[in-house]
Design a protein around this ligand. Structure first.
Ligand code: HEC
Length: 140
């Protein structure tokens, strides 16, 4: 990484980042195939929530369960300059961005792969969990 080609240093860095994200994505796909099996089982119990109108709030406990996957890449406390801690993001933004990744409106290979595995219920649950974390950490 210390190798510097004049005028190309930035491009090298982007290549490296692309490769790293590619590797992370492969790992993620392995994790996700396992997670999907569990989620399929859980989905049955979630339906109860969504039809009773609790949906706008989301279920923070389910969100916490889902969030264990996010921590493979997202740091718990401080941003590394590329990937932010998720509890820092305002709830409305968090939801909109995940939907944008899911539809491909916002592009990022890793996050598009993640978001495509999430239904609206999952996104709401994650939002509720991270909002709860933000409160715990004294944010607003
Ligand atoms: C494989 C690694 C990886 C995993 C797993 C992952 N993310 Fe990300 N996430 C990223 C990267 C890389 C970015 C920055 C992408 C960009 O710049 O668009 C990002 C960005 C985001 C953003 C936008 C942040 C911003 O400041 O706009 C949100 C929201 C997000 N992730 C949510 C999640 C959630 C929720 C999960 C778990 C369900 C998750 N991510 C799991 C890698 C990951």
């Amino acid at each position: 990484m210390s190798r510097r080609i004049p005028g190309h240093a930035k491009g090298d860095c982007q290549e490296l980042r692309k490769r790293l994200v590619g590797e992370l994505r492969e790992q993620l796909q392995r994790i996700m195939s396992r997670a999907r099996a569990i989620a399929a089982v859980l989905a049955g119990s979630i339906v109860g929530w969504t039809v009773t109108g609790a949906r706008a709030e989301g279920d923070p406990a389910y969100g916490e369960y889902l969030a264990s996957e996010c921590s493979a890449c997202h740091p718990p406390d401080v941003t590394d300059g590329v990937i932010p801690p998720l509890w820092l993001l305002p709830t409305g933004y968090f939801i909109d961005v995940l939907k944008a990744y899911r539809s491909g409106l916002r592009e990022n290979p890793a996050m598009e792969a993640v978001a495509r595995t999430l239904g609206d219920e999952e996104i709401e649950a994650l939002a509720a969990y991270f909002a709860y974390l933000r409160e715990q950490k004294g944010g607003s």
